[in-house]
Design a protein around this ligand. Structure first.
Ligand code: ADP
Length: 624
């Protein structure tokens, strides 16, 4: 017999499962049944499309047996099965790269949070919580030979030849002391109902039933006992989404979600659509209460499973919904796709495209409805999903209008989330644009002197402090015919200019020119402000120039360094600027101008390009 070592990641996972998940050990059954169901899915699918297995016919089923005397529990399926290589690859390593990444991303503290771990399928290995030894006997469909895998869940496993009638997998758990309670008819029945009711294939439980006949007593006067062997189907095995909407209780929807998508929390809400007409399909979408852990991984696991006439096709197609809706969990079941549609063909499939488009419309429409009818729920939703929706603004031009109604921003005027529509309603009489500031962290932006200046004049400013905002918002020029303007760009300033301002600009031009001469090529221009009140100056960018943050981002991502010079906006009423105006000392003006610029940059969260000279200038000025 050949002993083989588990890969280290499996050893780590086993350790984690045994130590952290212990409070919730019953989930092992759900995991094994779900694997059995997947294995049947695979075989059904291959019997439709695979050359070798085409026409392979079988009656899918999962059988559960137990013995309370021997303390064993057996789960048997007639799915695809595994050969030696599969056993080695699947039960010696962690198959799913998502699981591996998720594990790696957890801090030590998080590893003890069984709720977090419950979010992803811990899979086969969870059975070691209740078993001191596991034996897997499997025969791959189309193969003559069966294989036997055994392990005590420590550091190694072994594989030898085995025996099994027909294709499929039998998993025999030798229960440990804590696991012994699972060799019980009622416990098993409850667990199957609780976690696996919607598994599409029948799950049969075998047990011995003892009946007592009180009419018919034996010689000692005890009722006569008969033991009969029963095989009973425990799960409903109906595809919930195909039942009529009115017959499904809220509780059932939620249970289905939690069991199918491994979440311990109820979803925020769900959307069930049974479409008839040109294309006939059913969709059942759920919005998780918490964003999936891999939402920001490039190779995130898609949340939507595709079925054709209730036959499972795939859960691994990122194109069923656009990527900005990747947090959505659920099911698409089409009546019109051919059953043997190959996974590769899905991409360009016209029917699927039309389901996808309708689903996007439906989802965005429902989000909008909730934002209007249930602000509290919407706030929970947007707290989790504002960012992916903003990606949609950028990536899905066709839904831009709908998405603009959904995204939320911070505001200079109130706490919490503000919509563009809400901003619009509050606009001042005669206000020409929606004003916003982006290109930094929320608190830095909020403290910007420019924001203060707008507030003073009675204009609300949207604070766009998400790192994605800067890129996205620059591609959006208007909302309902109202232009969007960044207050840290030059164009917004022009809006507020009055005749009086123009006079003042004319009058104060010499000081601007003087500072510009002193700063040389550090700035693109120096302009007289018509809006600053308290601060001496602020940096802004030309209308078509990227913000400071964007420049930083490009540099970080290894792009070509673009350093676009900022424009310095100065407040001629500020005492510091007046000193420059009045001074005859060019050296002093140069020092002061440099410090004013660096200070304005600092206020935007940008380090002065030469900190040493900033410090030197400041010291020199302070000692004067
Ligand atoms: P996951 O199911 O998340 O991939 P598991 O650790 O539960 O992870 O299982 C690892 C792999 O072992 C599965 O992906 C599958 O390929 C295989 N496997 C597990 N159980 C069965 C089974 N009953 N029949 C066939 N293959 C199985």
């Amino acid at each position: 017999m050949s002993e083989r070592k588990f890969k280290t990641e499996v050893a780590d996972l086993l350790h984690l499962i045994i130590h952290s998940l212990y409070s919730n050990k019953e989930i092992f059954l759900r995991e094994l049944i779900s694997n059995a169901s997947d294995a049947i899915d695979k075989l059904r699918y291959l019997s439709l499309v695979d050359e070798k297995l085409k026409g392979f016919s079988f009656e899918p089923r999962i059988d559960i047996t137990f013995s309370s005397e021997d303390k064993t529990l057996t789960i048997r399926d007639n799915g695809i099965g595994m050969d030696e290589e599969d056993l080695n690859g699947n039960l010696g390593t962690i198959a799913s790269s998502g699981t591996r990444k998720f594990l790696a991303s957890l801090s030590d503290e998080q590893k003890h949070d069984s709720n977090l771990i419950g979010q992803f399928g811990v899979g086969f290995y969870s059975a070691f919580m209740v078993a001191k030894k596991i034996t897997v006997i499997s025969r791959k469909a189309g193969d003559g030979k069966a294989w036997k895998w055994t392990s005590t869940g420590e550091s190694s496993y072994s594989i030898t030849e085995g025996e099994r009638d027909g294709q499929g997998t039998t998993i025999i758990l030798s229960l440990n002391d804590e696991g012994a309670e699972y060799a019980n008819r009622w416990t098993l029945q409850n667990l199957i109902k609780k976690y696996s009711d919607n598994i599409a294939y029948p799950i049969y439980l075998e047990y011995d039933q003892t009946d007592y006949d009180y009419e018919d007593k034996d010689a000692d006067g005890n009722p006569k006992k008969t033991v009969s062997h029963k095989v009973e189907q425990v799960n409903t095995a109906s595809a919930l989404w195909k039942r009529s909407k009115s017959s499904i209780k809220d509780e059932e929807y939620k249970e289905f979600y939690k069991n199918s998508f491994y979440d311990s929390e109820d979803p925020l809400f769900y959307i069930h659509t049974q479409a008839e007409g040109a294309t006939e399909y059913t969709t059942l979408f759920y919005i998780p209460a918490k964003a999936p852990f891999d939402m920001y991984y490039a190779d995130y696991r898609p949340g939507v499973k595709l079925y054709v006439k209730r036959v499972y096709i795939t859960d691994d197609d990122q194109d069923l919904l656009p990527s900005y809706l990747r947090f959505v969990r659920g099911i698409i079941d089409s009546e019109d796709l051919p059953l043997n549609v190959s996974r590769e063909m899905l991409q360009e499939n016209r029917i699927l495209m039309s389901i996808r488009n309708a689903s996007v419309k439906k989802l965005l429409g429902e989000f909008r409805k909730i934002s209007e009818s249930n602000p509290e729920l919407y706030e929970k939703f947007i707290t989790q999903y504002n960012r992916p929706l903003k990606e949609g603004l950028y990536s899905d031009y066709s839904q831009r209008e709908a998405l603009l109604e959904l995204v939320r921003y911070r505001s200079s005027e109130k706490d919490g989330f503000v919509s563009l529509n809400e901003y619009k309603e509050r606009m001042k009489e005669g206000q020409k644009a929606i004003y916003y500031i982006s290109g930094g962290k929320e608190d830095v932006l909020k403290a910007s002197p420019l924001v203060a200046a707008y507030r003073e004049k009675g204009y609300e400013v949207l604070i766009m402090g998400d790192d994605i905002d800067d890129i996205v918002i620059s591609t959006i020029s208007e909302y309902k015919d109202i232009p969007l303007k960044a207050i840290n760009k030059k164009g917004a300033m022009d809006d507020l200019r009055t005749d009086e301002d123009r006079k003042k600009e004319e009058e104060k031009k010499p000081v601007a020119d003087r500072i510009k001469a002193a700063l040389g090529d550090k700035v693109k221009d120096v302009v007289i402000s018509t809006r600053l009140t308290d601060s001496p100056a602020a940096v802004i960018m030309g209308d078509d120039d990227p913000s400071m943050q964007m420049q930083r981002l490009v540099k970080q991502m290894g792009g070509e360094e673009v350093s676009v010079r900022p424009i310095l906006e100065i407040n001629p009423d500020s005492p510091v600027i007046r000193r420059i105006e009045e001074s005859g000392d060019d050296g002093f003006v140069a020092q002061l101008s440099a410090v004013i610029l660096d200070q304005a940059l600092l206020q935007e969260g940008v380090m002065p390009s030469d900190p040493a000279s900033f410090a030197r200038n400041l010291t020199a000025l302070l000692s004067k």
